[in-house]
Ligand binder design. Structure first.
Ligand SMILES: O=CC(=O)O
Length: 351
């Protein structure tokens, strides 16, 4: 079911989760306990999990590591609804009966995956289902950075609407452009699909995973080296996971290789970009503009220097923030946890 985008996400595991127990009628101990690390998990997901299991709900907002650690002891499953590090300490506190975890996110950079693998604990996450929502936002960031929405608003606010200048507020055309993707997975492809209506010239990409030749053809996409992606893209989307290899790769070495007219869009993870270097690149017009939904740190302090720049559009990490998408993510995560508890393959396993 990996890759399923709609419909299939409501498949329940074939058996009702039950703890194997030698004693009859020891109902308390026989019920699987699932830690839910966030108090606002959509009800649909809670209803699914509470059918056969006991939910241990965390109540703090923002989610609080101390509370999570206090409540983790003895649970069999974890619905990890917060981006708090899921590491060895959490697993040690929980204990050896822990057998199933799912995040409610596509990115799992805050999870110690090696530690989970070592303990043979299956991990689920929720990619694919959010790709359309994230791609919608990416298109918004692209257009608003290319056509200077943020700066335009400040011109109105400050009564400096000077459209008597012929060259006033000129932006970048999307038509006939070369669009580059740093990472061309489900989100990158959803963006490329949307771009089909914009008469772009071609698509370039770099990726860890090989891309199906059919997909390359469908998007008229060509795999290139990173330096070519930088040098040739008019619009460059960052749509890759944060890993040791991608961390800080957009830096003071990369930006000067980009076109002065280039627009950079980041809907992946903030630390893939060296933010001080991005500031300099925008301030000194090494690149034209940027649109970012992710940054470092999050939340971004209100006095961050990035916010002083006219040529950046910033949204507060809302790529998947629609009712339907978040509800679907929660539902899939719940199924992941339930399936892991009964030893069935998760809907969207992380490994
Ligand atoms: O950033 C959001 C996610 O990884 O789902």
């Amino acid at each position: 079911a990996r890759g399923s985008r709609r419909g299939k996400m409501t498949e329940a595991p074939s058996t009702t989760p039950k703890v194997e127990s030698s004693e009859e009628n020891s109902s308390e101990e026989e019920t699987f306990k699932i830690l839910v690390t966030h108090p606002e998990v959509p009800q649909e997901a809670l209803d699914l999990m509470s059918r056969g299991c006991k939910l241990i709900m965390c109540e703090s907002l923002p989610p609080n590591r101390t509370e999570i650690l206090q409540k983790a002891k003895g649970v069999h499953g974890m619905f990890w609804g917060s981006h708090i590090p899921l590491d060895k300490e959490v697993l040690d506190v929980a204990g050896p009966q822990l057998k199933s975890i799912s995040t409610m996110s596509a990115g799992i950079d805050y999870v110690d995956v090696e530690e989970l693998k070592k303990r043979k604990i299956p991990l689920g996450h929720t990619p694919i289902v959010l790709s359309d929502a994230v791609a919608d936002l990416a298109m918004g960031l692209m257009l608003s950075a290319a056509r200077r929405f943020h700066e335009g608003r400040t011109k109105i606010d400050s009564s400096t609407w000077e459209n008597y200048h012929i060259e006033w507020m000129w932006g970048q055309d999307v038509r006939d452009s070369t669009v580059g993707f740093f990472g061309f997975g489900s989100i990158g492809q959803a963006i490329a699909k949307r771009l089909k209506g914009f008469d772009i010239e071609r698509v370039l990409y770099t990726t860890r995973r090989p891309i199906d030749k059919k997909l390359e053809k469908q998007f008229n996409a060509q795999k290139v080296e990173f330096h070519e992606l930088l040098g040739q893209s008019d619009f460059l989307f960052i749509a890759a996971p944060l890993t040791p290899e991608t961390e800080g790769i957009f830096n003071s070495t990369a930006f000067p290789k980009m076109k002065k007219t280039a627009v950079l869009i980041n809907i992946a993870r903030g630390p893939i970009v060296n933010q001080d270097d991005l500031y300099t690149a925008l301030k000194t017009n090494q690149i034209f503009s940027a649109g970012i939904d992710v940054m470092n740190p999050e939340p971004l302090p209100a006095n961050d220097k990035l916010l002083t720049l006219p040529n950046i559009v910033i949204t507060p990490h809302i790529g998947s923030a629609t009712k339907r998408t978040r509800t679907d993510m929660a539902t899939i995560a719940a199924h992941n946890v339930l399936r892991g508890l009964v030893g069935e393959p998760m809907l969207s396993p992380a490994y």
